[in-house]
Design a protein around this ligand. Sequence first.
Ligand SMILES: CC(C)(COP(=O)(O)OP(=O)(O)OC[C@H]1O[C@@H](n2cnc3c(N)ncnc32)[C@H](O)[C@@H]1OP(=O)(O)O)[C@@H](O)C(=O)NCCC(=O)NCCS
Length: 211
Amino acid sequence: MSGLLSLVLPAPVVTVEAYDDPPGVLLFPAEEAVIARAVDKRRREFTTVRHCARAALAQLGVAAAPIVPGERGAPGWPAGIVGSMTHCAGFRGSAVAWSSEVTAIGLDAEPAGPLPDGVLEAVARPEEILALDRAARGVPWDRLLFSAKESVYKAWFPIAHRFLDFSEARLDLGADGTFTAVVLTAGPGEPTGFTGRWICKDGLVITAIAV
Ligand SMILES: CC(C)(COP(=O)(O)OP(=O)(O)OC[C@H]1O[C@@H](n2cnc3c(N)ncnc32)[C@H](O)[C@@H]1OP(=O)(O)O)[C@@H](O)C(=O)NCCC(=O)NCCS
């Protein structure tokens, strides 16, 4: 079954998603060590998203290997691979590609409801808040903006290797399912912007970038 992720990340990116947590999935010892003291919710999302990632890697012919959080939480992919992972209530998703074909991937999924009070003001620039007064109904634009910023960060970090605050990128969300981001603080050798795709479907907002 081709899923939601294939709508926002077409080939050469391989995507695998899950809507529940299959029993009996085994982790590598290095991964077990990361979540040894984690609560059940964290253990489930961590395990299932890696199950997805390994299924995606298998489609590229890459053998199963541990995917351990590294620098600032960024996942450590097998040599020659770039990828991104996301989990939220009812969804886990992973996207991978050969680094010879794709420079970086950013992927984020969120429940398709409005952000909790106060969050938009904390993550959005004033001009972004002004632009959120959209005509199209049925899309939680504030949640979409938040998700797109998280996708920007996940694509940004493996290239730039530094934290990027929410205020450091200005996003423009298109009603056509695309978005652009300008990184206002990009230094030499850092990405100055990104383009991505979004979808709001089946109770989820999903944003994705393939550089
Ligand atoms: C890291 C962050 C983006 C994760 O997003 P989230 O919505 O909380 O959680 P998600 O489930 O969607 O994603 C979690 C996954 O992100 C990935 N991730 C974590 N840190 C990462 C990093 N520095 N770079 C790339 N990917 C990262 C991991 O794969 C993680 O899953 P894992 O812990 O099971 O390995 C978020 O917690 C954060 O720190 N945001 C602040 C920075 C930011 O978003 N800036 C916006 C710039 S415009």
